[in-house]
Design a protein around this ligand. Structure first.
Ligand SMILES: Cc1cc2nc3c(=O)[nH]c(=O)nc-3n(C[C@H](O)[C@H](O)[C@H](O)COP(=O)(O)OP(=O)(O)OC[C@H]3O[C@@H](n4cnc5c(N)ncnc54)[C@H](O)[C@@H]3O)c2cc1C
Length: 403
């Protein structure tokens, strides 16, 4: 999605873009994504005509509970504001008052919107696996795809956590397991069990080493609706089939408060997207590398993959794309483009480092086990609320693309 967003933005600014994808298709997995204020603002700045509000459902504040149902952090509705998703197309205000309200979007809708935003200056080549990129002091960078070299002024490596381009330019940064496994699923609307209004608002539940988040997709998810959920468990990813993993999830979450068990029960094995949670350690020292009159930049998970606890990975990828577009759109190859590449790295490194640091603190919260650790966690949760539910502690609402 980071590659699509960047290709669309640069092509609309007049660049001729070749988008290389190793898969046979450019396709989304059947899950959803939370777009915090910063992610929404980045998308709006990348493509003001993208129709983002039409595909994004406002994110209700369902609060945080313990598995027995006791509130750790009650939803804001208790303080007088609405915790229900808006169904009439109205936007709930951002809880911090800064930036567009957080929203949830079905990935298929997001991909469709990003693909629709590609201009005819983008050539998509699928089934193309990039092996590396060659740079030199005098010449433009050259992308190696099998035996076919492709020369370009600017190479945007948005090739995810296992990026071969990052391995070549930032070998100090290695993808490692974060100590968690995660499962995502979207239950289609017709299969969602009957839920009380409070249950339908979704929310987050924290157990000892386990976490369950459910979010209603609202009516905006083009014909899909339904409920998105993500479960996290401390430990290694499971090797079993999706059906067996689903059976395990049903067992682990069996006695959690309603509607957790009912939602997992309504999930089919083919809905389930299991993932090992991984991150980059350390982050690359730089996100930009010169080559003659141009160079290479790392973007999205290729630059800063992190655990999903704050739901910021894709939001930061869109920030990267919007920053690069602002800096490079009008930069001619030569001094201007090289300066834009340096500036991109200078702006994005500290921003992503600070979010990664906060994500690691959240990892400790999710991993907490044992009576004392859990008691300390529960006591601290009120102070951590913005990190868990709003992403505002990292100033996400205030983020602006550079002029
Ligand atoms: C459980 C979970 C929940 C999450 N929830 C959220 C959330 O709510 N909000 C949020 O903002 N983020 C969330 N994230 C993070 C988000 O999913 C990632 O940050 C995002 O997908 C990164 O996008 P990307 O485009 O950088 O990389 P990817 O999605 O990994 O895309 C990389 C692309 O490059 C292609 N590719 C790879 N190697 C090559 C090659 N050698 N040659 C050619 N093509 C190649 C791949 O096929 C792929 O299409 C979550 C992550 C997880 C695991």
């Amino acid at each position: 999605m980071a590659g699509l967003a960047t290709a669309g933005a640069l092509s609309r600014a007049g660049w001729q873009v070749i988008l290389l994808e190793r898969g046979e298709r450019v396709a989304a997995s059947p899950t959803a994504l939370v777009l915090w204020s910063n992610g929404r603002r980045a998308l709006e700045s990348l493509d003001p005509d993208g129709g983002w509000s039409a595909i994004a459902a406002p994110l209700p504040d369902g609060g945080v509970r313990r598995p027995d149902g006791q509130w750790l952090v009650p939803p804001r509705a208790r303080n007088g504001a609405s915790a229900q998703p808006a169904t009439d197309g109205a936007e709930n205000p951002s809880p911090s008052g800064a930036g567009p309200a957080p929203a949830v979007v079905h990935l298929q809708d997001l991909y469709d919107a990003l693909v629709a935003g590609l201009s005819d200056r983008v050539e998509i080549r699928t089934g193309c696996t990039v092996t590396t990129v060659r740079t030199s002091a005098r010449n433009r960078p050259v992308v190696e795809v099998g035996r076919t070299p492709i020369e370009a002024d600017l190479v945007v490596a948005a090739d995810g956590i296992d990026s071969p381009v990052r391995r070549a330019f930032a070998p100090e940064s290695v993808a490692v397991g974060s100590g968690f496994a995660a499962w995502q699923a979207v239950i289609p609307a017709y299969r969602v069990p009957r839920l009380s209004p409070e249950e339908a608002a979704g929310g987050e539940t924290l157990g000892a080493g386990y976490r369950f988040v459910s979010i209603p997709l609202g009516e905006r998810a083009a014909g899909r609706g339904g409920v998105y959920w993500v479960a996290t468990a401390a430990g290694a990813p499971r090797p079993e089939s999706p059906a067996t993993q689903l059976a395990l999830l049903r067992r682990w979450f069996a006695d959690w408060h309603p509607p957790v068990a009912a939602l997992i029960e309504a999930t089919h094995p083919e809905d389930l997207v299991p993932q090992e949670v991984r991150e980059l350690r350390p982050l690359p020292r730089s996100y930009g590398f010169r080559s003659g009159p141009g160079g290479v930049v790392l973007l999205g998970d290729a630059a800063h993959a992190m655990p999903h606890h704050l739901g910021q990975g894709a939001c930061l990828a869109f920030e990267d794309a919007a920053t690069l577009r602002s800096l490079a759109a009008d930069a001619a190859p030569g001094e201007a483009l090289v300066a834009a590449i340096d500036e991109y790295s200078r702006l994005r490194r500290p921003r992503t480092t600070s979010v990664v640091r906060q994500t690691r603190r959240m990892s400790a919260v999710v991993q907490a086990r044992g009576r004392l650790a859990l008691r300390a966690r529960d006591a601290a949760l009120n102070h951590m609320r913005p990190r868990i539910l709003g992403g505002h502690a990292m100033g996400s609402g205030d983020w602006m693309p550079p002029e």
